[in-house]
Write a new protein. Structure first.
Lengths: 313, 322
């Protein structure tokens, strides 16, 4: 993994090519990691849970038609119906099946979680990489900005941003993405600093490698696993953030882009908790808990493997 | 670095951060959006004439640097503009700040005490049954949105069992004084207090657990044991005090995170604090109000970070020497 040196970029183009060697090595290290990962019960449970939700997101339309999301689709349904054989999780105030809503909500919650994380990781890893690699003034300025953003409390900032940009699916993704990068930047920078001092990096430098080559071929592949573990945990936070923002009615449009957060928002608006309509609240909330749990469990299991300090203890 | 230089540099850094937040806020509302357009959104279109006049009244036709100076002067002196309801923002915040201090204060203290205690027991007996089951509980608590937990508790304790009121801070239309008033407030506080305490418990127990585990590998703990110090004293005198230091800083740093929880918890319990005010501001799209709250929340976090830094240097002399 992180300690296996790369072949020098200027190796002679004989068989096998340096690229093939690198690819084989990467495949081997991936298999080694997977073998370790497989032994972690926590990681496997998390992976199973995640697979479950991904299947629901992908095959959701086979289980619940898109029409179920429209209040006009089934005119014979009654509103606020407790769970029955027909509606496992009951119906909401617009006579929609809470099960169908929860199934469709899986998509939006997953999409927001993943897309926001992508923004976070690109921003965070990019800034961390630049700061750690170049050092000097670049580092001082980038890290100062990072520290400033680190201090601003997440939810108040997210609220203010969502209001200015008008709430929508894109806004939620953007807002969560641009407010969560500072901690990633810090973690990545710290790791880059340690990778930078390794001998093979010095050797590549001595052989005349440029900045771009150094960053993409030597630094990035070695902080990659860490970025990955960090990413998994960020998805969990992003999914929770989407739920909170949607709950505060700053989320995606609750009719066409139902998410678990928007289901809870409308339940709260209709006073479901105070009227005892528990089915309307329990299902989407439990879905959030399980999906977030899946990502955190995978993240912890990966952390155990990637963090040798934890492994021995 | 001498103590004095350390203090001065920390205070300067905090001030700089504060200035950054102020500038950022200015940019957000004037760079990204026009305040008049933002404030009037959803309330019917304004005529070009009206927009021009409003711009003039708010000083938005001035050059940006001049606007910035004006904005800084107003904000620093506590003039945060007017809410849609016509009050000053500062007034509204002033009324709502105490219930929030009461709720966040009591629940944070309770969850720190409980969380640290649980973390000590876990870290001291790592891998025990208690440790393992608490880790599970911790994971679930972490994965649970605070507001959802709050809604479940309302359904359980207010609706089904009918033990605690589901919202507000006082029973309406009653004229209570002294002790009975406080008892009434306490009854209303109980549920949101419980939800916030439990929600953030895990935050502190995880930190304390890993911090204690770290300390237990240190040489001075081995020395104490070798000297024959009783286990109970090793824990109380040697391990825990040293493990508390990092826990304390991270605890204070997590205030920003706790604020977010308070916003949603106050909302579902109709607790008349800043969180509920924020929710009202969102619903009414009251930008001046939200802007003021954003500044206040950020400033609160910056100040508490500064306090953490200063406390840390006082408690751990190594920091000053570094």
């Amino acid at each position: 993994m992180a300690t296996t040196p790369e072949p020098p970029p200027t190796a002679l183009a004989a068989t096998p090519t340096p690229k093939a060697i690198a690819r084989r090595r990467r495949k081997e290290s991936f298999l080694r990691m997977w073998n370790q990962y497989r032994r972690s019960p926590m990681g496997m449970i998390g992976l199973g849970l995640l697979a479950f939700f991904v299947l629901i997101a992908v095959f959701g339309p086979l289980m619940a038609s898109h029409c179920d999301l429209s209040p006009l689709c089934h005119p014979t349904n009654r509103p606020i119906q407790p769970p029955t054989g027909q509606f496992w999780f009951g119906t909401d105030s617009q006579s929609r099946s809470v099960l169908s809503l929860t199934i469709w909500g899986t998509r939006i919650s997953l999409i927001v979680g993943l897309a926001a994380t992508l923004i976070t990781v690109v921003l965070g890893a990019g800034i961390g990489l630049l700061a750690g690699y170049y050092g000097g003034w670049t580092e001082i300025i980038l890290m100062r900005i990072t520290d400033w953003f680190l201090v601003i409390p997440f939810l108040p900032l997210a609220i203010v941003l969502s209001i200015i940009l008008k709430p929508s699916l894109g806004t939620v993704i953007f807002v969560i993405g641009v407010t969560s990068w500072p901690s990633t930047a810090r973690v990545i920078r710290a790791q880059v600093l340690t990778v930078k001092t390794r001998t093979y990096v010095e050797r590549a430098r001595a052989l005349g490698a440029g900045d771009w080559h150094m960053m993409t071929r030597h630094i990035l592949p070695n902080v990659g696993p860490l970025i990955f573990a960090n990413t998994i945990l960020i998805v969990a936070v992003a999914i929770l953030s989407e739920a909170v923002l949607s709950f505060l009615s700053l989320g995606p449009d609750p009719i066409n882009n139902v998410s678990w957060g928007t289901i809870l928002e409308s339940a709260f608006d209709q006073g479901a908790a105070y009227s005892g309509y528990w089915w309307w609240i329990v299902a989407p909330g439990a879905a959030i808990v399980l999906l977030v749990l899946a990502f955190t469990m995978i993240g912890y299991a990966l952390d155990d493997i990637l963090n040798p300090k934890l492994r021995t203890r | 670095m001498s103590t004095r230089r350390y203090l001065i540099s920390k205070i300067l850094q905090a001030l700089l951060t504060l200035v950054f937040v102020l500038a950022f806020n200015f940019f957000l509302f004037r760079g990204l959006g026009n305040p008049v357009e933002l404030q009037s959104r959803g309330r019917g279109a304004l005529t070009a004439e009206a927009i021009k006049e409003e711009n003039h009244v708010l000083g938005l036709d001035l050059p940006l640097p001049q606007q910035f100076v004006h904005y800084m002067r107003e904000t620093v002196t506590g003039h945060l503009g007017f809410t849609l309801g016509g009050d000053t923002v500062a007034e509204d915040i002033g009324v709502r700040i105490w219930p929030t201090v009461l709720l966040i204060g009591t629940s944070t203290i309770a969850s720190i005490l409980l969380g640290v205690y649980i973390g000590i027991v876990q870290g001291w007996r790592r891998g025990s049954k208690f440790d393992k089951s608490m880790l599970g509980v911790t994971l679930v608590l972490y994965a649970m949105p605070e507001f959802w937990f709050g809604l479940l508790m309302i359904m359980l304790f207010s609706v089904t069992l009918n033990i605690f009121p589901s919202g507000g801070m006082q029973t309406a239309a009653t004229d209570l004084h002294g002790l009975t008033l406080w008892l009434d407030i306490g009854k209303h506080l109980a549920l949101p207090f419980f939800v916030l305490t439990v929600s953030y418990l895990a935050e502190y127990s995880i930190i304390m657990r890993s911090s204690l585990m770290e300390v237990l590998t240190e040489d001075f703990v081995a020395t104490a044991r070798a000297k024959g110090v009783r286990e109970k004293l090793v824990r109380r005198r040697h391990a825990v005090p040293n493990a508390l230091l990092p826990t304390m800083t991270i605890t204070i740093l997590s205030l920003g995170y706790v604020l977010g929880g308070a916003i949603v918890i106050e909302t579902i319990f109709s607790w008349p604090g800043l969180g509920n005010l924020t929710y009202g501001g969102i619903q009414a799209r009251d930008n001046s109000l939200l802007q003021g709250l954003f500044l206040l929340f950020s400033a609160a976090v910056i100040v508490s970070n500064l306090v953490a830094d200063l406390l840390y240097s006082y408690l751990d002399p190594r920091v000053r020497a570094a």
